[in-house]
Write a protein of this length. Sequence first.
Length: 253
Amino acid sequence: MDSILVNAFWSEVLGTATLLLLGGGVVATVLLPKSKGFNGGWLLINWGWGLAVFAGVFVAFKSGAHLNPAVTLGLFSADLPFATLTGPGGKAEIVIEPTVSNMFMYFGAQMIGAFIGAVLVFIAFKKHFDEDLDPSAKLGVFATGPAIRSYGWNFITEVIATFVLVFFVVVSGSTPSGLGPLAVALVVVGIGASLGGPTGYAINPARDLGPRIAHAILPIRGKGSSDWSYAWVPIAGPLVGAVLAGLLGRVYG
């Protein structure tokens, strides 16, 4: 792996870890007892995740700041570069091509970063996790879950919500860093406020799976089940939505 791809790998790790630290952190702030933001509400979570994306995109500038396997797959499906970077001295452009091997490199980095970010949330809120609380609320800090469990409809919700995000990325500038962090952050806030109610809007397989694995492994007091029966929904739904968005973006563009 050449130095450009090495930099892209670590960029995605650090950016996705930042995303999950701040995004998971705002959920912990709202859900965990004795937190100063306890019961802060859904809109606080929406804005917290939007600002988490804002920060993560800046951190991950060396990779095009995907932070999300759905974004990577959407760009691959649209046959768009994963990143277009300025070379040394600002004289040349370096393009990370949308190849299968590069796609899986991004996937791996995003999963590692998401896991790290979730572990850091646990460490930051350790004493709050020690408090008595419904196990589902503790799981909710790490992973998404449906308001009404109906796997087929939950899957469709995730497809639609992720389609909105990825199609916006594809048609508006190819990569989140090209669009500008604020634009992507506001789209994520809008998705959460408008479409997030039924499933908690994973819209990102790494965002759900990496922290769910962390929940299963970490010594969280009274944590209960990691709800693996639902785990396929926030993986499959976003990936399907991403492919649809990428293919439509290829035609639309």
